[in-house]
Write a protein that binds this ligand. Structure first.
Ligand code: WTA
Length: 708
C-alpha cells in the first residue's frame, strides 16, 4: 500500500507546465451539410436547453429511457460516497438483454454484426440479432457451466472476430465482469491484467489474420497464464476459440485439463437459453485497463446502467445512429472506443455494426473503401492515425467508389486541421458531417464534441462539452482560465455524467488521487460541485466555447491513439540485466502522431552495442506488445539529471525531436546534454530521420514533457 500511495502522489502532482500561451490561427467554421441536418437525431438547437445545469442530473433520464429496465431507478445520481458516483440507484437491467433480446421483437432478422475477415477470399459473415441471441446464450451457458457467476471477473484476449462481442454479451448476461485485453498486447501484458483482475478463466483464439499472416495467438495464452501465476493468480481454464472451427491453426499445444476448444464446449450447449440476470444499475459491467504514470495499469471499472445509458445516448445524438444505418468503426474492440462505439452503443440502439479483422491497408490502401462500398457503410469512425495513413497512401480517398458517408468520426488524438480538411473533402466528399470526439477510457463515452446536426465544425477543435457535460479549463491553482484568453490549462469536467468510471479496480485511493484530488475543494464534501474530474489533458477554450485538446499533461505517450505510460516502458527496460537507467520520450511522427524513443544507460562494466539494444526492444515487445516497440533505443553514457537525481525527460525529448533543450543550468551534469545531442542527432540524420518543423503545440508538448 505504501508503494501505491507514493505512486498516486506522484501521479496527481505531475500535471505540468501546460499553462503556456498558445497562439494558433483560429480555423474557419464548416456548417453541417443540409442533407445530414434534415435527417439528424438532434437538429433543433433547443435540445441544449434540456441539458443545462439547472436541469442536471435529471436531464440524463432521456438517455436511461433509451434502455429497457426490469425496474426503474429510485435515485438518478447518488453522491453520498463522493467521488464514487452512483447513477440510477435502485434500477435493475441487463446489458445483454438491452443489446440483443429486446431487438428480437422488432427486427430479429436484421444484421447486428457484419464481420469482414481480413483475407478477401473469405466471405463476410452477417450475424442477425436472432443468431446473435442464439450464440450469446450458448456461450453464456458455457460460462455458467464453468461456475462463473455475477461479480466474477473473466479475461478475454481476443482479436477482431465476432466471437469477441458474443463473449462480452454472454458475460454481461450473467453479470460476469469482462476484461478484454487488446489482442496486439503480449501474453505477459494479458497476464498482468489477469492477475490484477483476479480472473480464473481466460478466453482466447488459436489465431487471426493481420497484414496477411495467420498469427499464432494461442502461444500468448500460455505466456499469460505463466505471468499471472508468477503474480499469484491461477488460471483454471483457457477457452480457445478456433478461427476455423474444427481445425486448430496454432502450433502451440493445448494443455491437458486446462485448455478447451470452445467449439467442442458449445456442442454440448446447443440451443440452450440462459435467462439474463436482473442486475443492479450500479453493478460493474467490465474493466478496461489503461496506462497511467506508474508501472501498474489501471483497471477502469464501468457500471451497467450508467455506462450503457451514456453510450446509448451519445450513439444516438453524436454518432447519429438510426436503426437502418450501417455503421463501421475501425477501432479495435480491445480499446474503449470499440467497447462503447462498436459493441454496446450501436447494439443498444439495434443498428448494424461492422467488424473488420485486419489492418486497414491490407492488401492495399483501397481496402476500407471496398468494404464501405460492398456493405453500404454510411457512418465511418476512425482515428487520426488511420486518416493520416490513408491520406498518405490513398490521397484521392474513395474516389470512384459509390460511397456516401453521412457522418464521420475522429477520435483518440488531436487531428491536424490539414488532415481534417482532407477527411472532409476527400473521404466525406463534403457530404458528411465530422465529429471530433474527445474522451477517455475512464469516461465511457464522449465528453467534448459538436452536435453533428446543429453545431458548425471547426477543424482541430473537438467542440463544446457534450450534452449535460460541463468542462472548464483550470490553472494549477484551480482558477478558471477564461474562454478566449488564448491560454492553456488543465481541462476538467465540473460534474459527474452517467458514463464516468466507478473506480480503479482494487485501487480506490489511486482513483481519488489521480482524478479528483487535484481540484477537490473539500474531501468530506458530498456535493459534486466540489469534485471536478481531472482529465490529465491540456486544452484551451476559444471565445466560441469550443475546446482544443493539446495532449496529455502526465507522463503518458499517445502512440496512434493508444496510451503508453513512460514508467511502464521504463520499468520493462530495467528488467534487462545490463540496464542501469531508462527514460522513454515521445517523438513526433507524421503518421502515428507520436512514437516512443527509449534512452538507457548501462551498469558499470558493460559496453553499448546492438545486442543490448535488441534485448531492451525484445523486453518491451514481450512485456507490453509490438505497439510499444521503440523507434530507437539510445544507449547513452549518462542521463541528464537534476541535482536530486531525477531524469529530465524534457531534455532528452528535445534531443530526439531536434528542438531547443531549454534551460539546462539546473542540471547536475549539464555537459552530458551536448554529448547525447551529438550522438543521437548524428545517428538520426545518418538514418534519414530528418526532422520537420514542429508546430507550436508540438513544441510546447516536447518542452514540457515529463515531470521534474
Ligand atoms: C486523447 C480514447 C484530442 C487525450 C477514446 C485523452 C484526444 C486520451 C481525442 C484518451 C480527441 C482522445 N482529440 N485528443 N478527439 N480523443 N484523445 O483512454 O489525450 O485511449 O486523454 O481513450 O486520448 O485515450 P484513451
Amino acid at each position: 500500500m505504501a508503494d501505491d500511495l507514493n505512486d498516486v502522489t506522484d501521479e496527481s502532482s505531475e500535471s505540468s507546465e501546460a499553462l503556456i500561451a498558445v497562439h494558433w490561427r483560429d480555423e474557419g467554421y464548416y456548417p453541417p451539410p443540409a442533407k445530414f441536418v434534415a435527417q439528424a437525431n438532434a437538429s433543433d438547437p433547443a435540445i441544449r436547453e434540456q441539458y443545462t445545469e439547472d436541469k442536471y442530473p435529471d436531464c440524463f433520464t432521456a438517455y436511461a429511457d433509451l434502455l429497457t429496465w426490469y425496474k426503474k431507478w429510485d435515485t438518478v445520481l447518488d453522491t453520498s460516497n463522493a467521488p464514487f458516483w452512483k447513477w440510477w440507484v435502485g434500477g435493475e437491467l441487463n446489458a445483454s438483454y438491452n443489446c440483443v433480446d429486446r431487438h428480437l421483437e422488432t427486427h430479429p432478422n436484421k444484421a447486428a454484426l457484419i464481420w469482414v475477415p481480413e483475407p478477401e477470399s473469405e466471405v463476410h459473415q452477417a450475424i442477425t440479432y436472432r443468431e446473435l441471441y442464439v450464440r450469446v446464450n450458448e456461450f453464456a451457458a458455457v460460462l455458467k457451466d464453468l461456475g462463473l457467476k455475477a461479480g466474477d471477473r473473466i479475461t478475454f484476449h481476443m482479436p477482431m472476430v465476432p466471437e469477441l462481442p458474443v463473449a462480452m454479451l454472454a458475460a454481461a448476461r450473467l453479470g460476469v465482469v469482462h476484461s478484454q485485453v487488446f489482442a496486439g498486447f503480449s501474453g505477459a501484458a494479458a497476464g498482468h491484467r489477469i492477475a490484477d483482475s483476479g480472473s480464473t478463466v481466460l478466453v482466447t483464439i488459436d489465431g487471426y489474420y493481420r497484414s496477411g499472416d495467420l498469427l499464432d495467438h494461442k502461444v500468448k495464452a500460455d505466456e499469460a497464464v505463466e505471468t499471472a501465476a508468477k503474480e499469484g493468480q491461477q488460471v483454471d481454464k483457457v477457452l480457445v476459440f478456433r478461427r476455423y472451427p474444427g481445425q486448430y491453426s496454432a502450433k502451440t499445444p493445448m494443455v491437458e485439463g486446462r485448455d478447451v476448444f470452445v467449439d467442442d464446449l458449445l456442442a454440448a450447449h446447443r440451443g440452450e437459453i440462459v435467462e439474463p440476470a436482473r442486475l443492479q444499475a450500479t453493478d460493474p459491467l467490465f474493466l478496461m485497463y489503461t496506462s497511467g504514470t506508474t508501472g501498474r495499469p489501471k483497471g477502469c471499472q464501468h457500471s451497467i446502467g450508467g455506462y450503457l445509458s451514456y453510450v446509448a445516448g451519445t450513439s444516438k445524438y453524436y454518432q447519429d445512429i438510426h436503426p437502418d444505418d450501417t455503421y463501421w468503426c475501425l477501432a479495435d474492440i480491445g480499446w474503449i472506443t470499440g467497447h462503447s462505439y462498436i459493441v454496446y452503443g450501436p447494439l443498444a440502439l439495434g443498428t448494424t455494426s461492422v467488424i473488420y479483422e485486419g489492418t486497414p491497408n491490407y492488401p492495399d490502401a483501397a481496402r476500407p473503401w471496398r468494404i464501405a462500398h460492398q456493405l453500404g457503410v454510411n457512418i465511418f469512425h476512425t482515428s487520426p492515425t488511420t486518416i493520416r495513413m490513408l491520406r498518405k497512401v490513398s490521397p484521392d480517398g474513395p474516389k470512384g467508389f459509390d460511397i456516401h458517408f453521412k457522418h464521420m468520426t475522429t477520435v483518440g488524438e488531436p487531428i491536424e486541421p490539414e488532415v481534417w480538411r482532407w477527411y472532409f473533402e476527400k473521404v466525406g466528399k463534403e457530404e458528411a458531417v465530422i465529429v471530433d470526439t474527445w474522451w477517455q477510457t475512464e469516461t465511457g463515452g464522449f465528453l467534448g464534441s459538436t452536435l453533428p446536426g446543429i453545431d458548425p465544425m471547426k477543424p482541430g477543435s473537438c467542440g463544446p462539452g457534450a450534452l449535460g457535460v460541463y468542462p472548464a479549463i483550470l490553472d494549477e491553482d484551480g482558477n478558471d482560465v477564461p474562454a478566449g484568453s488564448g491560454k492553456a490549462g488543465n481541462i476538467v469536467i465540473r460534474n459527474p455524467w452517467p458514463g464516468v468510471f466507478q473506480t480503479i479496480y482494487g485501487q480506490p485511493e489511486r482513483f481519488v488521487s489521480t482524478y479528483y484530488a487535484k481540484y477537490n475543494k473539500d474531501p468530506e464534501s458530498k456535493d459534486w460541485r466540489d469534485w471536478p474530474y481531472f482529465a490529465g489533458d491540456g486544452a484551451t477554450q476559444a471565445a466560441d466555447g469550443y475546446f482544443r485538446i493539446l495532449g496529455r499533461v502526465d507522463d503518458v505517450i499517445n502512440v496512434a491513439g493508444h496510451r503508453l505510460g513512460t514508467k511502464e516502458l521504463e520499468s520493462v527496460a530495467l528488467t534487462v540485466n545490463e540496464v542501469a537507467e531508462a527514460a522513454a520520450v515521445p517523438v513526433i511522427d507524421d503518421i502515428r502522431g507520436r512514437v516512443v524513443e527509449m534512452y538507457v544507460s548501462l551498469k558499470p562494466g558493460y559496453e553499448a552495442g546492438p545486442e543490448i539494444e535488441a534485448k531492451v526492444r525484445d523486453a518491451i515487445v514481450t512485456d507490453i506488445g509490438k505497439i510499444a516497440r521503440p523507434k530507437n533505443i539510445w544507449i547513452v553514457p549518462d542521463m541528464p539529471k537534476t541535482r536530486s537525481g531525477k531524469i529530465m525527460r524534457r531534455v532528452i525529448a528535445a534531443t530526439s525531436n531536434f528542438t531547443d533543450t531549454g534551460d539546462i543550468t539546473t542540471l547536475a551534469n549539464p555537459e552530458i546534454v551536448e554529448k547525447i545531442r551529438h550522438q543521437v542527432q548524428s545517428a538520426k540524420l545518418a538514418r534519414g530521420e530528418v526532422p520537420r518543423e514542429l508546430s507550436e503545440t508540438e513544441l510546447n508538448e516536447i518542452k514540457s514533457f515529463g515531470s521534474e
